[in-house]
Design a protein around this ligand. Structure first.
Ligand code: GLA
Length: 705
């Protein structure tokens, strides 16, 4: 395919084409009312046919009472004859609210286009479209070229029309702390379905993406349209299903309420909304997202993620040099490659009530600083990592006593705490400089390889006193400030890797994944609960970035008892880690753990970098299996949580194999790819005889011809 992905297909009409899809759009001027509309989004058309769709969207209601045509617009504004969900709302001087745009020009390159529109009251609006492998990235820039300040009530990255279907069904994830990324799939109701975060982070409650199909797509088949947002602060995604029948999805940063000033000369640029069309069902859509993450988002996608140990559930806040060294020795014996010290190592932080913000080793717990511990960790052949929560402060800390004005607050209002902490305002340059200073110092002083970057509370009283009328910008500037600090750290310390954590999985999205290597999907480490969380995660994000630990049984959060092998097999579905109290594991358990870690390492490239297939079942609820294919290796992880689950399928049909090739299992048994895909593989784990929580890993190798 040529490297030209944006084609001109007529007068003021363009197509964004990927290998498999096309997105055709352009300018439709109805008198003075310019609309930039989407004419087509679906399977790729022959180049000569692209022009055929231009202008071909019949109006439903003529020019009568209601023209629902704004459902097809790339950026429906609040203004003129539009009554749908606005992607851009502006208030001009004197309370004028109607945005009226006319087309100025198109600035076109091979992979990107900007459609420039102008409102005579002074706004210059850039609608940007870019092709990045299978994804169409879209964002908007708005510049105030007029003499007066303007306030933006809404500035989405763009709206996407879903082509007309016999029905509309959405798939998305929603949840809560310890229950993140639970899959929801239901008919899209007539009206407006909004997923949003008002927390200042991506949030546990929902994740910024939606998939829409006609109600007939399966894992392996069918057309699926996805819209996702690459942003880690508050956001809103609304799918509107008009009573007239059309569906559009608009997504952008910010939530309803705050509004952003745009002074003369200023420009505001949105994050990207990402659109992906797939005709291979949900599975192919997910694999295309994983490819996009690997090739265009993650900073170190092709590295093998090390097996890590994290001390949180072993010690909670009870961290000290001796105990950590003891755990490090035990972890190294298991084959762990990265040792991470969690919360409780700094300042006076002996519980969650104090010390957050005072980022120096606690002198009682680490009399020699952290050097002795991390020197030992390195002598044991492991890399060194540390938990930090740079955006937060306990009121009972030296930092807060010195800089009470650094937190989000409104003068004269309460400063509500959550988990006894307040949020530092990363919109402030002094806060960012402070953070870069001590974070960078820790990396240099201790030769750190890894930060677990936590963010444990939602915003409240989100004021920014010095910013006055501009205070609402902190909903954007905080997130951009965090991005900037992470980017600077990575630039200064190219070996540093970062894990994104936010009270578990509260900050997972394509914005944070641009500057982090792994994410923590949940504080809930119960293997069975984790299966559902991991399944929901896998719809957009790749296994290589999914940190997953094996912890103790009974699980400290759920009290559920789950065998060690099952716990391992669940955590092996991503970047494997261990987080249990190794001082309490029996010699037999330690031996089994050693073997399972070795087995994981032997197939790690396949799991972390392979193509992932959700084969069957409802993870954590019924017998299920997930498969990874990478080069000549095929790995199947199979689970059966209940002994008495009636009649699980006897065989699992594999996917994504070479039908002509022969695959060999560990026992030397050989079968063709086609047999494995059509007839399937019998799994002992799925038999109706046995105990609860049976699991297995099956490895197949494709034989050379
Ligand atoms: C959050 C994280 C946990 C742990 C604790 C430490 O809850 O999600 O993994 O790091 O903070 O306080």
């Amino acid at each position: 395919m040529s490297s030209v992905n944006i084609l001109s297909v007529g007068d003021r009409a363009w197509a964004a084409v990927t290998k498999t899809s096309a997105f055709v759009f352009g300018v439709e001027a109805a008198g003075e009312d310019t609309r930039v509309v989407q004419w087509y989004w679906g399977p790729r058309l022959p180049e000569a046919a692209l022009a055929e769709v231009v202008g071909q969207v019949p109006r439903r209601t003529g020019s009568g009472f209601h023209d629902p045509r704004d459902v097809d617009e790339l950026l429906p504004v609040e203004g003129g004859r539009r009554w749908g969900v606005p992607s851009l709302q502006a208030a001009y001087a004197g309370g004028v609210r109607s945005v009226e745009l006319s087309f100025v020009e198109a600035v076109l390159s091979d992979t990107e286009i900007e459609l420039v529109l102008r409102d005579p009251l002074g706004l210059r609006v850039g609608v940007h479209v870019k092709v990045v492998s299978e994804v169409v990235e879209r964002w908007v820039s708005v510049a105030n070229e007029g003499p007066h300040a303007v306030r933006l009530g809404r500035l989405d990255s763009g709206s996407w029309a879903i082509p007309e279907q016999a029905g509309y069904r959405y798939t998305g994830v929603a949840g809560a702390w310890a229950q993140e990324t639970q899959l929801h799939r239901a008919e899209l109701a007539v009206g407006e379905t909004t997923f949003t975060s008002r927390t200042g982070t991506t949030s546990h409650r929902a994740n910024p993406w939606i998939m829409i199909d006609a109600g007939d797509a399966t894992e392996e088949r069918g057309e699926v349209w996805t819209v996702a947002l690459a942003w880690s602060g508050s956001w809103r995604l609304t799918a509107q299903r008009r009573p007239e029948g059309d569906v559009a999805v608009t997504a952008g940063f910010g939530h309803d309420g705050p509004s952003w000033p745009l002074d003369p000369g200023e420009t505001l640029v949105t994050p990207s909304a990402l659109g992906l069309y797939s005709d291979g069902g949900f599975g192919a859509a997910s694999r295309a997202w994983h490819d996009y993450a690997r090739h265009h988002v993650l900073p170190t996608p092709f590295e093998e993620r090390p097996v890590l140990y994290n001390s949180w559930e072993a010690t909670w806040f009870d961290v000290n040099e001796e105990g950590q060294i003891d755990l490090a020795r035990r972890a190294a014996e298991l084959g762990v490659e990265l040792f991470v010290v969690d919360d409780g190592w700094f300042g006076s932080r002996t519980d969650d009530r104090r010390g957050l913000g005072d980022w120096w080793p606690n002198p009682d717990r680490f009399p020699q600083g952290l050097s002795k511990l991390f020197d030992t960790v390195r002598e044991l052949g492991m890399r060194a990592g540390l938990w930090v929560e740079p955006e937060m402060v306990n009121p009972d800390s030296d930092l807060y006593r010195e800089h009470p004005d650094w937190v989000l607050h409104y003068p004269g209002r309460r400063r509500d705490t959550l988990r006894n902490q307040l949020v530092l305002n990363y919109g402030r340059a002094d806060v960012r400089e402070w953070a870069i200073g001590w974070l960078s110092g820790l990396v240099s002083d201790y030769g750190l390889d890894y930060f677990k970057w936590d963010m444990n509370r939602s915003f409240t009283q989100a004021g920014w006193a010095e910013a006055g009328e501009r205070a609402d910008l902190l909903w954007i500037e905080h997130t951009r400030g965090v991005y900037a600090v992470m980017d600077t750290l990575r630039e200064r310390h190219p070996r540093l890797r970062i894990e994104s954590c936010s009270g578990g999985g509260g900050r997972i999205d394509f914005g944070i994944l641009r500057r982090t290597d792994e994410v923590w999907t949940s504080d809930n480490t119960d293997a069975r609960d984790r299966q559902a969380i991991q399944d929901g995660y896998s719809y957009l994000y790749p296994a290589s970035a999914m940190s997953a630990w094996v912890t103790d049984s009974p699980n400290p959060h759920t009290r559920r008892e789950v065998p060690l092998a099952y716990r391992f097999h669940v955590a092996m579905a991503g970047a494997l880690g261990v987080g249990g109290d190794l001082t309490r594991w029996s010699p037999a358990e330690l031996e089994q753990a050693r073997e399972l870690i070795a087995a994981y390492k032997a197939v790690r490239p396949a799991i972390q970098h392979g193509r992932q297939h959700r084969l069957a079942g409802t993870p954590g609820v019924t017998a299920s299996a997930v498969q990874y294919v990478h080069e000549d290796t095929v790995v199947v992880l199979a689970y059966n949580p209940f002994a008495l689950s009636k009649h699980p399928p006897r065989r699992v049909r594999l996917a994504g194999l070479d039908p002509e090739a022969v695959y060999e299992d560990a026992a030397g048994e050989r079968r063709h790819g086609q047999t494995l895909m059509s007839h399937g593989l019998a799994l002992p784990t799925w038999s109706t005889e046995g105990s609860d929580y049976r699991s297995e890993m099956v490895v197949l190798r494709r034989l050379g011809i």
